[in-house]
Design a protein around this ligand. Structure first.
Ligand SMILES: [Zn+2]
Ligand SMILES: [Zn+2]
Length: 290
């Protein structure tokens, strides 16, 4: 009888929401640290939400809270060997680009993660709104609009990496029964991938799709393979956890996707500069006690 392969986790979680994100109540920087120590995770990038406008403007950090949030991370850093990165997940709104630039430039971040939860005023991550984005036109047409917005976000120059690249899948099942296949992702996705390469922006592999009931992670394999073929060489992995229990979870799935797409490394960020680590240096077998 063959024994099951050892569980393999990534030691670095580059998408972590603490309690400044209102969907992560009680998840303090301090608590995450203690869990990371127990689990053998050696690096966390905190990425609290920053949503500058729209109906969810008060969902995450407000501009005046950012400095205190960064100082809290620095304070907890004094108490632990786990490397803590000062990051933020910023929603891209084209009309707010210059304001966002000012706010980002005013603070000392290690990692600025860009997001596209809202496209043309529709929140594709909301069960109520998502069908409005897809109904009444072929999927490819919707996705051409989606990835056009994504490319604009990349070209803004505001971000180090882009989060959950095909996040639109979260509630797609409300509009159609079959999941989207890579072949349906449209044509603008290739322009978006070229922009990632030419602007030196990274792509994130995000395991939250498993918690969203997708039975899969973001992005689909075809997307990541196309990214590698387009010359995108910066990849991060994040759980997108909103509770300490989910820190680092399911990263074995991310690891397999990264490897299968042909990548041999992951990136970390310090002071917004990226550094590559071989996969063999960032994974651990048989994670410690949960
Ligand atoms: Zn997000
Ligand atoms: Zn997030």
């Amino acid at each position: 009888m063959t024994s099951p392969p050892p569980i393999t986790w990534i030691r670095k979680d580059y998408h972590v929401h603490e309690s400044h994100s209102s969907d992560a109540p009680g998840a303090s920087v301090e608590k995450y640290c203690r869990v990371a120590e127990r689990r053998g995770i050696d690096e966390i990038a905190f990425t609290s939400h920053f949503i500058i406008s729209g109906p969810d403007w008060d969902f995450g950090l407000r501009p005046h809270q950012i400095q205190g949030y960064l100082e809290e991370i620095e304070r907890v850093q004094e108490t632990t060997e786990v490397v803590l990165r000062r990051g933020i997940e910023v929603d891209y709104f084209p009309v707010e680009e210059r304001v966002l630039e000012g706010i980002i430039d005013d603070h000392e971040f290690d990692f600025v993660l860009g997001s596209l939860h809202y496209i043309r005023g529709i929140d594709v991550g909301s069960s109520r709104d998502s069908p409005r984005f897809f109904t009444g036109r072929p999927l490819e047409e919707s996705l051409n609009i989606y990835f056009d917005g994504w490319r604009e976000a990349v070209e803004s120059g505001l971000f180090d990496a882009m989060a959950h690249p095909d996040y639109f899948r979260k509630y797609l099942h409300l509009t159609r029964a079959e999941p989207a296949t890579w072949e349906e992702y449209g044509t603008t996705v290739y322009e978006a991938l070229d922009s990632l390469r030419s602007h030196g922006v990274g792509v994130e592999v995000n395991t939250s799709g498993l918690r969203h009931g997708l039975g899969d992670i973001y992005p689909v394999k075809g997307f990541l393979e196309a990214a590698r073929e387009a010359g995108v060489d910066r990849v991060t992995v994040g759980s997108d956890c909103h509770s300490v229990d989910d820190l680092g979870l399911e990263t074995q799935r991310a690891l397999r996707r990264v490897e299968n797409a042909g990548y041999g490394h992951l990136c970390i960020y310090e002071g917004r500069k990226n550094r590559k680590f071989r996969l063999s240096d960032v994974v651990m077998r048989e994670p410690r006690q949960l």
